[in-house]
Write a protein that binds this ligand. Structure first.
Ligand code: PGA
Length: 250
């Protein structure tokens, strides 16, 4: 049995006060979340603060992005080793907002995945199709292409040490969740594709669903056989909403 993981992606939200409040709210309810693994991914500048607040709790820390470079003349970048200095466990790579708004392509995303891994961060690799791609019937091709860029650079075994997140772009922040069956179909496709390369990797890797997950729909999504948790945007910004999703993992 793969453990359910619920990861909160706070995106470009928060202030010193709201971050403290959110973390304290999450920590206040974490004892009721059973076996669900939990992570939060704050904006970079709040990582040191959140890292301190999480000491001694089961909630892990992640970043929303990571540089493909380790150090040097790369103005504005944050490297994997810097994130490790503040006890980050995870780094999201290839989120659709990075791909669409900041022109990060498959190869660049693969290099970020490699950079995260090389310093011991667990990449959370996001894949997913746009509405146009779904309507054109090429969802599987798009997701396969996004995965292949990483497998070509890092090898199939690397996927076994990572987390995948299937996030249909049309479901992100829109309130339009994929139905559990729509999500399951793509998750099963991903696992089947991996199984064709390495069965053990396919059995092991957690594949999260992301896109308008809420307390009210999380349980039916997480009940699907190939859905191993969620990457949560909007609903991760309120402690009660986020905790309700974490509890749905039980
Ligand atoms: P959402 O975002 O839950 O607000 O749809 C999910 C994500 O972008 O990771």
């Amino acid at each position: 049995m793969r453990q359910i993981l619920v990861a909160g992606n706070w995106k470009l939200n928060g202030s010193l006060d709201s971050v403290k409040q959110l973390v304290s709210g999450i920590l206040g309810g974490v004892d009721d979340t059973g076996n669900t693994a939990i992570a939060v991914c704050p904006p970079f500048v709040y990582i040191p603060l959140v890292s301190n607040l999480l000491v001694g709790s089961k909630v892990k820390l992640g970043s929303q992005d990571v540089s493909d470079q380790e150090s040097g003349a790369f103005t504005g970048e944050i490297s994997g080793p810097m994130l490790k200095d503040f006890s980050c466990s995870y780094a999201i790579v290839g989120h659709s907002e990075r791909r669409a708004l900041y022109a990060e392509n498959d190869e660049f995303t693969a290099r970020k995945f490699a950079a995260a891994r090389s310093c011991g961060l667990i990449p959370i690799l996001c894949v997913g199709e746009t509405l146009e791609e779904r309507e054109a019937g090429i969802t599987e091709q798009v997701v396969a292409r996004q995965l292949d860029a990483v497998i070509e650079l890092e090898g199939i075994a690397a996927i076994g040490d990572a987390v995948l997140a299937y996030e249909p772009v049309w479901a992100i922040g829109t309130g339009k969740t994929a139905t559990p069956q729509q999500a399951q179909d793509v998750h099963a496709f991903i696992r089947g594709k991996l199984a064709g390369l390495d069965q053990a990797v396919a059995d092991k890797v957690q594949i999260l669903y992301g896109g308008s997950v809420k307390g009210s729909n999380a349980a039916e999504l997480f009940a699907m056989s190939d859905i191993d948790g969620g990457l949560i945007g909007g609903a991760s910004l309120q402690a009660d909403d986020f905790l309700a999703i974490c509890m749905a993992g039980n």
